[in-house]
Write a protein that binds this ligand. Structure first.
Ligand code: ADP
Ligand code: MG
Length: 603
């Protein structure tokens, strides 16, 4: 098999369409340390693809080498194959591309006085020529697939190929915000994204400010040999398509099932078919990941899968639980004002510092760009969990559990809200100043209970003594989980004593749990806790995760009287993160007037 033919065969793998050429060329530019990359195409890339960078450039010798197969400069021995940090390393891309196109390489190192130009036509190289050039590299690929007509026929319309190319450049631009990317299509500049050290600014220029504004930062989360960070939207903003989810592993876009599942779990595992925008950057020690399980490198294999999943889940949980930061909030905060005298006035800001009796809580999701004035909500009653002694008998407990949600049943709706009725006897609907709001009462209660638990003194969660303690036999791994979590379990009002090997005795449980459900509640809780390997005792994350589980369980058990819906909505609006449960499930669905008009074709 001739070298050219071998390259053409390899090209079948590497060069699928113009966008894959762009991908290989941009990766090479990034590997060469480029700070600015310019892409130009004509006719969907089939007439011309040109990528110009200001990276390290090549000597004439290297330029000649790089168009030969397996002439990578990035891999010196077999060990390195297992510790790859560069984007490319197989030395296959350039010869492959050159074998199916008219190829021109112009390059100059920063030290050299002049550069060189190299032409390859259908895999046949011409003599290099000296040429005056700026430092860096420019590669022109003309008439892609001119000598493989069947492949050329498979190209889609120019629009489709251009769309793939643009998507490809976006991926790189999101992964490398500190690199400038510009793009010209058929002579017209489509974008020019300047280098930025602010990742959110780069996202804003690529995805639009609307998306960027609704993002919550994912705090840098460290796991064993890895680190996760980025931005995400809460589930309430989710779409049905995965198009706005961008996941990068060591700066390479991936679409890996295992990672995708961890992301879903991070959102509470409930988000099947829902995809909030996500910009997730995962850095993993190269020795802990194999990126070569799939030719397109979109699927990867981790050596320590569980650590990876746990770190991703923890990072997403942290992002969803953090108070909405000023940065990600819209410019127009909503104002909450006390209206009725008898309503408890709570002075609360995201920083929990008292200012005035006017409460300003930033609520990005309900504010639309069109609303010029802040929306006024009445200040509804805040009903904290009752402060109670830890020993209560059963009857006493049943009373006070109800009063958690039965207080002030006449409480009013937030200002500007009108109750419309109940959808399928399940979901109350409200007219809001900006459109239509549908509430999920259980999810709302989950959020409220969670925030109330969080505010309580952690060692003083209301607890009830069981009349007859419950004995449970457990798997040794469950017992290990319980031991690791014992501090948090105790703090949440669950009192356990060991009762022989792998058997425990439950003596008291949180006040809001129905005693007859103790066993089921506890087993479910432990299952959940042992599955989430991010549970590390002593971290506040573990505690948050724990109380979020607790909140979920107690909300599930509550019988909510519909007359309490207004109060729940009001209370929900006072939460730090009102629009989703601690695990990311939406509490409210909002249809803005603009959305509704758009759907009816009225703009
Ligand atoms: P790989 O990227 O897998 O090494 P390629 O065929 O993509 O293989 O590139 C071959 C080699 O050519 C690279 O290893 C690098 O040394 C050199 N090269 C390619 N593109 C550039 C560029 N834009 N700037 C500097 N060197 C480059
Ligand atoms: Mg390469």
């Amino acid at each position: 098999m001739s070298a050219t033919l071998a390259s053409q065969v390899a090209a079948g793998e590497v060069v699928e369409r113009p966008a894959s050429v762009i991908k290989e060329l941009i990766e090479n530019s990034l590997d060469a340390g480029a700070k600015s990359i310019h892409v130009e195409i004509r006719q969907g890339g089939s007439a011309l693809i040109k990528v110009t960078d200001d990276g390290a450039g090549m000597s004439e010798e290297d330029a000649l080498l790089c168009i030969q197969r397996h002439a990578t400069s990035k891999l010196k021995n077999v060990e390195e194959l297992f510790a790859i940090t560069n984007l490319g390393f197989r030395g296959e891309a350039l010869p492959s591309i050159a074998s199916v196109s008219r190829f021109k390489l112009s390059t100059r190192t920063h030290e050299a006085l002049e550069g060189c130009e190299l032409l390859v036509h259908g895999g046949i190289a011409h003599e290099p020529r000296a040429s005056g050039l700026p430092p860096g590299t420019s590669i022109e690929v003309s008439e892609l697939f001119f000598n493989t007509p069947v492949r050329r026929k498979f190209l889609k319309s120019n629009e489709t190929e251009s769309a793939h190319i643009e998507h490809q450049i976006r991926l790189h631009a999101l992964a490398f915000p500190h690199v400038r990317f510009s793009y010209k299509r058929d002579g017209q500049t489509i974008f020019d994204w300047y280098a930025s050290h602010d990742d959110q600014a780069r996202i804003a220029s690529i995805m639009g400010t609307g998306t960027a504004e609704s993002l919550l930062p994912i705090p840098e989360t460290i796991g064993p040999g890895m680190c996760v960070k980025g931005f995400l939207q809460p589930l309430t903003e989710a779409r049905r398509s995965k198009k706005s989810q961008y996941i990068f592993l060591n700066n390479r876009p991936i679409d890996d099932q295992f990672v995708n599942r961890a992301v879903r779990d991070g959102y509470g595992g409930l988000a099947t078919g829902l995809y909030p925008a996500l910009f997730l950057h995962i850095e993993v020690e190269p020795s802990l990941v194999d990126v070569n399980v799939h030719p397109s490198k979109k699927e990867v294999r981790f050596r320590r899968q569980n650590d990876v999943a746990a770190t991703i889940i923890e990072a997403i949980n942290l992002a969803l639980q953090a108070p909405i930061s000023a940065k990600s909030a819209p410019s127009q905060p909503l104002q909450f004002e006390p209206k009725d005298q008898d309503l408890v006035s709570i002075k609360q800001t995201p920083t929990k510092e008292e200012t005035t009796s006017t409460v300003q809580i930033e609520k990005p999701e309900l504010s639309t760009k069109q609303a010029p004035t802040p929306i006024q909500f009445a200040k509804p009653t805040l009903r904290p969990l009752p402060a109670r002694q830890s020993k209560l008998d059963l009857a006493d407990r049943n009373e006070s559990t109800k009063d958690v949600i039965n207080q002030h049943p006449t409480s009013t709706l937030p200002n500007g809200f009108v109750y419309l009725g109940q959808l399928h006897q399940t979901w109350p609907m409200y007219e809001s100043p900006e459109g239509l709001v549908i509430m999920n009462p259980k999810a709302a209660r989950e959020r409220i209970i969670f925030e109330e638990l969080r505010q309580l003194d952690k060692t003083n969660t209301p607890s009830q003594q069981l009349l007859s303690p419950i004995i449970i036999d457990l798997d040794p791994r469950d017992v290990a989980t319980i031991k690791a979590m014992s501090k948090h379990i105790e703090a949440s009002g669950i009192h356990l004593t060991p009762f022989g090997n792998n058997t425990i005795r439950i003596e008291a449980i949180p006040a809001m749990i129905e005693p007859s459900d103790t066993k089921q509640f506890f087993i479910e809780l432990i299952d959940k806790l042992s599955k989430s390997t991010q549970m590390r005792a002593n971290t506040s994350v573990a505690y948050e995760q724990f109380i979020s589980e607790l909140a979920k369980k107690s909300a599930q058990q509550e019988q909510i009287n519909p007359s309490l819906y207004p109060q729940i909505l009001g209370r929900l609006m006072q939460c730090e993160v009102p629009y989703c449960t601690p695990q990311g499930k939406p509490t409210l669905i909002h249809y803005s007037l603009a959305d509704i008009k758009r759907k009816f074709g009225q703009s």
